[in-house]
Design a protein around this ligand. Sequence first.
Ligand SMILES: [Zn+2]
Length: 283
Amino acid sequence: MRLLPAPAGSGIVFRRTDLDNFEIPAIGRNIAKVSYATSLMRQGVLISTTEHLLSALIGMGVDNVIVELDNLELPILDGSAQPYVRAFQSAGIRTQRRRRETIRVLRPVEVREGEKFIGVYPGSGYKILYAIEFPAPIGHQSACIDLAAETYGSLIAPARTFGYKADEQRLRDMGLIRGAGPENAIILGAQGPENGPLRFDDEYVRHKVLDLIGDLALAGRRIEGHVVAERAGHAMHTALVSRLMKDRSAWELAHVPMNAPTEEDTSDALAGNALASPALVGA
Ligand SMILES: [Zn+2]
């Protein structure tokens, strides 16, 4: 997989180099079937497991990038977004001379399904409150993060995905989690993680925040608003994106400068971000 800088306004676009450079923009219209991971599909062409890369891009403030892939699945790496963040940092991130366009939430949009809930509300910046309730040994965890505070790389990106040992065979039989193992997921036994130590005491809920940021990237632009999620997952996250996209009165496109213009640079406001140079990730 290779990431390339892209012009301002182009957004995040996947490109299948094994299929004549067929492009699939990371937007809600291309959301495919969602279960244990989020996938995109356009004209029958699939890209699967998009959430961790998209999360890293939004979390690190990259608005415009081309993601070249030579197969349908993004690399799982260590099960977190940290390897992506490191790759972006070594490639560098360039501020572009066009103002960043965001989706500014104007009215609440909510999705409820039994005990699962997700909603997005008007508010400045991009804040997320997430609560989970899982069987032991996880139990209840909650986390609150303000993405504008530049905390993503240290507080969210390192959090790994997780799975219960007891579910392993059933998921394998369903053809899911084919490449999953202790190198790329926290494996949970009855007593706790079998491949500890954890990177954070609340690594599980932090990973859910990571996934949420990646799934909400499919709104096509960075969200400006506050998100509340309870017991949600990829299906709920993407359902919120679909509902938000349909309800055109619930949001507006806003142009926000990323940084206040300095005295020397009062010309045009500052801009969205692209990678400064190509970045190679994974095998
Ligand atoms: Zn995940």
